[in-house]
Design a protein around this ligand. Structure first.
Ligand code: SF4
Ligand code: SF4
Length: 135
């Protein structure tokens, strides 16, 4: 059964929130898919950045929470420099993560990391990981 999407069903408040958090206008995306083509993590993603952009444009807040793409993103900015519409897609991915982290939900719990991993991991990787994955 086709899903009917009308202006009344689009969550405009959610779209504005993403735009505010990212400093971007997600409505500019015209679905070319260049971001996914440039993404080094796309092989591991079930949902490519282009599709995330579409879900965001429709204000599908309920679906975004279940998608792993934001966490799989390596924040490399390849999508950002490739987007023909000048959208900083990496910042949009960050906004998607912030939606969860701002509810004080950590993606990883630092106290649960194995001792060995903490000892062997470069400090800079730990710090950037905590910045990205904890609230
Ligand atoms: S910033 Fe994230 S989504 Fe964009 S290309 Fe890099 S890994 Fe992919
Ligand atoms: S490259 Fe830019 S315009 Fe193209 S799908 Fe990605 S975000 Fe949209």
């Amino acid at each position: 059964m086709a899903i009917e999407i009308s202006d009344k069903t689009i969550n405009h408040e959610f779209i504005e929130k993403i735009n505010q958090l990212s400093g971007q206008d997600i409505r500019l995306c015209f679905q070319c898919g260049t971001c996914g083509g440039a993404c080094p993590m796309s092989e591991n993603m079930q949902t490519l950045p282009r599709r995330i952009m579409r879900m965001l444009q429709f204000g599908m807040a309920h679906r975004i929470a279940d998608v792993e793409t934001g966490w799989e993103c390596a924040s490399c900015h390849s999508c950002t420099v490739s987007c023909p519409r000048g959208i900083d897609v990496a910042r949009v991915m960050e906004a998607v993560r912030l939606l969860v982290l701002r509810k004080n939900i950590n993606r990883i719990e630092p106290s649960r990391l194995p001792d060995g991993a903490v000892r062997e991991m470069p400090q800079v990787a730990l710090v950037s990981g905590f910045r990205k994955l904890t609230s």
